[in-house]
Design a protein around this ligand. Structure first.
Ligand SMILES: Cc1ncc(C[n+]2csc(CCOP(=O)(O)OP(=O)(O)O)c2C)c(N)n1
Length: 317
């Protein structure tokens, strides 16, 4: 078992993401949040396990379902909440919303709503980091649906050819919107497909945050000392809420609530909470609630963007 300080850090990150998204879902019907939200409730362990072994100067790229990666990398909740409220103090100046979280300071690359498009951008960044030669790496998060885009395979090939320091992290939640893998993949063996590009590929089937962390740690250490190139992790996980929006959708007809049960039983947030002494756990939970309350207050009280800012950051100067 990891030392208590490590467990506390991991629990804090898991708990912050879970509770921040639960609060997002609670506030959503008030219409204060001005963008669609793709929640990662249930999927937190992937971002937390990976980001826990990243350095501050490492880079993360995510998707429109990007709250977890943004927060796990240490970017501020205030910037995320204000962004969703459409306020000037938001991560993207209030003009992008939930799907476009970004933090240059924390090395979180800007995300896109177009499936698969952040993957080649992450590979380009990995090329720059290799040339820089400081041992920095990129972790690129994307869904199982994104692996159906041609650019995913082009990106694997380019990264492998140039032995770029990039960890490809597929958050396999089994669905692209409402379509299950069985209706989309001729073969479920994505790790075998990826190995064909000449890089290691590993599946983590049960969402275990420590197994994800260990795998990431091993591959990233090899990238940093240049004994390894890119690597691929297929992390099985489960999206507890609807594809987009705050609610559950087990009555929508495309999946059964029974499938949720094993993921709730194995919930990593509760699991890591149970590994901590009660007082340490309570301290973390209190801090997280305070941070969320402050972020919501910040979002409420921040000003709207100035209309004069409308075209700023749209075109290069
Ligand atoms: C190029 C492109 N095709 C289709 C869509 C519509 N779309 C939005 S989300 C999504 C599902 C993607 O699933 P996955 O990559 O597994 O990510 P998840 O939503 O499960 O996190 C699709 C098809 C899109 N945004 N972009």
């Amino acid at each position: 078992m990891l030392p208590e300080a490590d467990l506390a850090r991991i629990y804090r990150s898991l708990r912050l993401i879970r509770r921040a998204e639960e609060e997002t879902a609670r506030v959503y019907p008030s219409d204060k949040i001005k963008s669609p939200v793709h929640l990662s409730i249930g999927q937190e362990a992937v971002a937390v396990g990976i980001c826990d072994v990243l350095r501050p100067d490492d880079v993360v790229s995510g998707t429109y379902r990007g709250h977890a990666a943004y927060l796990a990398k240490g970017a501020p909740l205030k910037g995320m909440m204000a962004e969703m409220f459409g306020k000037a103090t938001g991560a993207a100046g209030g003009k992008g919303g939930s799907m476009h979280l970004v933090s240059a300071e924390h090395n979180v690359l800007g995300a896109s709503a177009v499936v698969g498009t952040s993957i080649p951008a992450a590979v380009g960044y990995a090329l720059a980091l290799k040339r820089e030669g400081k041992g920095r790496v990129v972790a690129a998060f994307f869904g199982d649906g994104a692996t159906e885009e041609g650019v995913f395979y082009e990106s694997l090939n380019f990264a492998s050819l140039h032995r770029l320091p990039i960890l490809f992290v597929c958050e396999n939640n089994g669905f692209a919107i409402h379509t299950p893998l069985s209706k989309r993949w001729a073969s479920p063996a994505i790790c075998d497909r990826v190995k064909g590009f000449g890089m290691p590929a590993q599946q983590i089937a049960d969402g275990d945050v420590f197994a994800i962390r260990d795998a990431a740690s091993r591959h990233i250490a090899a990238m940093r000392d240049r004994t390894g190139g890119p690597a691929f992790l297929e992390c099985f996980t489960y999206r507890w809420r609807e594809h987009v929006g705050p609610a559950e959708d087990y009555d929508a007809g495309y999946r059964d609530r029974q499938a949720l049960t094993p993921w709730q039983t194995g919930d990593q947030v509760a699991r890591v909470a149970g590994m901590l002494p009660a007082d340490a756990r309570k301290r973390i939970e209190d801090e997280v609630e305070r941070e969320i309350a402050e972020a919501l207050d910040h979002a409420e009280t921040s000003p709207w963007p100035d209309p004069k800012e409308l075209l700023k950051d749209v075109f290069a100067d």
